[in-house]
Design a protein around this ligand. Structure first.
Ligand code: KIV
Ligand code: ZN
Length: 539
């Protein structure tokens, strides 16, 4: 086996936003959106991008394959597989074109999972683990990374766990991962467990940890494990993930960077200045807003409200700031573009903000930015980022807006009318509602129902101002499902609208969601939405 070890003095950052993060209910991404996130993770310079779970759906397979094909610059692309015939083969097929393929196989090892979920004995689970690690090593060759995860490791009998890790390393695993699958561990205890695994495998394999946040301890457990010798950490942007989420990339990376004496001579290659852009993109595309007091990336993370704090920060930022906003790529919102700005200036500005945009996409954003400069006093960095994000989530449109009008007054119902083109045909409808948005959404529903046989059902609606000021653009997030698709497994999609007119933004967001639902209907849900899991017993 010639797999390169994690270089001394560094911790490998394994990002699983596109796999474990995307398993968060309602976070489903299209293949194009997944690719966009992978590009941002590459700019962030994580070491490994876990791109998905190829056996879960044809869409996920295709997204992993495309990410594997596109990702260069020494970044590995990982795919997850159960230790079950069919899964590892599919994962290998998806990542074998990668510059650095990384196969990640897993099986549960705790008695609770073995007895109630897998109905396997310990010996049977051990045999499956060894079998599929050996398969991966043979299929991908001596240079590939083969990772084995013992699902629910923190609730597994320690002697059995060590027996499994020893056997899989013997069979060719180059990384052994310790998942705290249900977020049960406590830092000192998790550090001790990690140390036992590190002592067992020595220099034969890298020890990795994968912590969930059910007790709010995912970051603490991850850092305790690093202090105990783990050299790979599995994390997600914004801590996205099922239930309470996973250890957050930005918290772990910034802790390593801010407290070097606690992690002597350990660093990561992550370009922390890209953290803010990554956080925004993931939040936007998944529709998971970030709580204001979220560490590192929350809106208030660098805001100082109290007089004493403000005074201290003005005198010297070190009084209350342990890291700078610039270190995560927050330069503050600045005036960036006016009516006389050129395309090249815009392109340079977008590059500074972490987005390489050219050709038609640049032309479109340029036109929108100039129109925006007419509608509001200042076009800021945040406005430009919102325009870029809006483009990223564009979907093929079977339904387009031609026009709308609405009347609404204090204490009364609103009446709205819309004209749409639906699959190339003009359709108009009028409806009343208890407010302007409700009336217009009802009118859209009426126009669509006879053609599609279903109407969109709104499950969530949220608005935020993109920047400060009364003339700010409003960004509306809409989540919808089809009226014909009910129950816990129903596909829920998100759509965003962006405009200085919040009614316009509301209709735009609704129609993006409608187009996604329609796309899923005609292409098949598992193809359109890569994160839709079809298997029942996924981690
Ligand atoms: O939480 C978990 O156990 C996982 C494994 C597949 C690593 O996500
Ligand atoms: Zn997990």
């Amino acid at each position: 086996m010639t797999v390169p070890a994690v270089p001394a003095g560094s911790v490998r950052i394994f990002d699983t936003t596109l796999r474990d993060g995307e398993q968060a209910p309602g976070a489903g991404l299209t293949a194009a959106e997944k690719l966009e996130v992978a590009r941002q993770l590459a700019r962030l310079k994580v070491d490994v991008i876990e791109a998905g779970f190829p056996a879960a759906s044809p869409g996920d397979f295709e997204a992993v394959r495309r990410i594997a094909q596109e990702t260069k610059g020494g970044i590995a692309v990982a795919a997850l597989a159960r230790c079950r015939d069919g899964d590892p083969q599919r994962a290998v097929e998806a990542i074998s074109i990668a510059e650095r393929p990384h196969l990640h196989v897993f099986i549960a090892t705790s008695d609770i999972h073995l007895k109630h979920k897998l109905r396997l004995s310990r010996d049977e689970a051990l045999a499956e683990a060894v079998r599929w690690v050996a398969y991966g090593r043979k299929a991908l060759g001596p240079d590939a990374e083969i990772e084995f995860s013992a699902e629910d490791a923190s609730r597994t009998d320690t002697d059995f766990l060590l027996q499994v890790y020893g056997a899989v390393v013997e069979a060719g695993a180059s990384t052994v991962n310790i998942p705290d699958t249900v977020g049960y561990a406590i830092p000192a205890e998790f550090g001790k467990l990690t140390k036992r695994v590190v002592d067992l495998v020595g220099s034969d394999a890298t020890v990795s940890v994968h912590c969930h946040n059910d007790l709010g301890l995912a970051t603490a457990n991850t850092l305790a494990a690093v202090q105990a010798g783990a050299r790979q950490v599995e994390v997600t942007v914004n801590g996205l993930g099922e239930r309470a989420g996973n250890a957050s990339l930005e918290e772990v990376v910034m802790a390593l960077r801010t407290r070097p004496t606690q992690f002597p001579k350990l660093g990561s290659a992550v370009q922390t200045e890209q953290i803010s852009a990554a956080s925004r993109l993931v939040s936007y595309l998944t529709g998971f807003t970030i709580q204001p007091n979220k560490a590192i990336v929350g809106g208030n993370a660098f805001a100082h409200e109290s007089g004493i704090h403000q005074d201290g920060v003005i005198k010297n930022p070190l009084t209350y700031e342990i890291m700078t906003p610039q270190s995560i790529g927050l330069a503050g919102s600045q005036l960036t573009i006016g009516k006389l700005s050129g395309r090249r200036g815009l392109q340079g500005k977008l590059r500074e903000l972490g987005h390489d945009v050219e050709g038609e996409a640049l032309d479109a954003i340029y036109r929108q930015a100039i129109a925006l400069a007419d509608a509001k006093k200042e076009v800021t960095d945040l406005d430009l980022l919102a325009l870029v994000e809006q483009r990223v989530s564009e979907v093929p449109a079977s339904v387009e807006l031609v026009g709308w009008s609405v009347t609404s007054s204090h204490g009364g119902n609103a009446t709205g009318s819309v004209t749409l083109t639906v699959r190339g045909e003009d359709r108009s409808a009028e409806a009343t509602g208890n407010g302007p948005v409700d009336a217009l959404y009802s009118a859209v529903d009426q126009a669509l129902q006879p053609v599609f046989g279903w109407r969109p059902v709104l499950t969530e609606w949220e608005i935020k101002a993109v920047s400060a000021g009364e003339d700010a653009q409003g960004q509306v997030l809409v989540r919808c499902r089809r009226s014909s698709d009910e129950g816990p497994g129903a596909l829920v999609v998100s759509g965003h609208g962006l405009s200085t007119n919040i009614i316009e933004a509301s209709i735009e967001g609704y129609l993006v969601a409608v187009n996604k639902l329609h796309g899923a209907e005609i292409n098949g849900v598992d193809v359109a939405f890569v994160g839709r899991r079809t298997a029942e017993d996924l981690p």
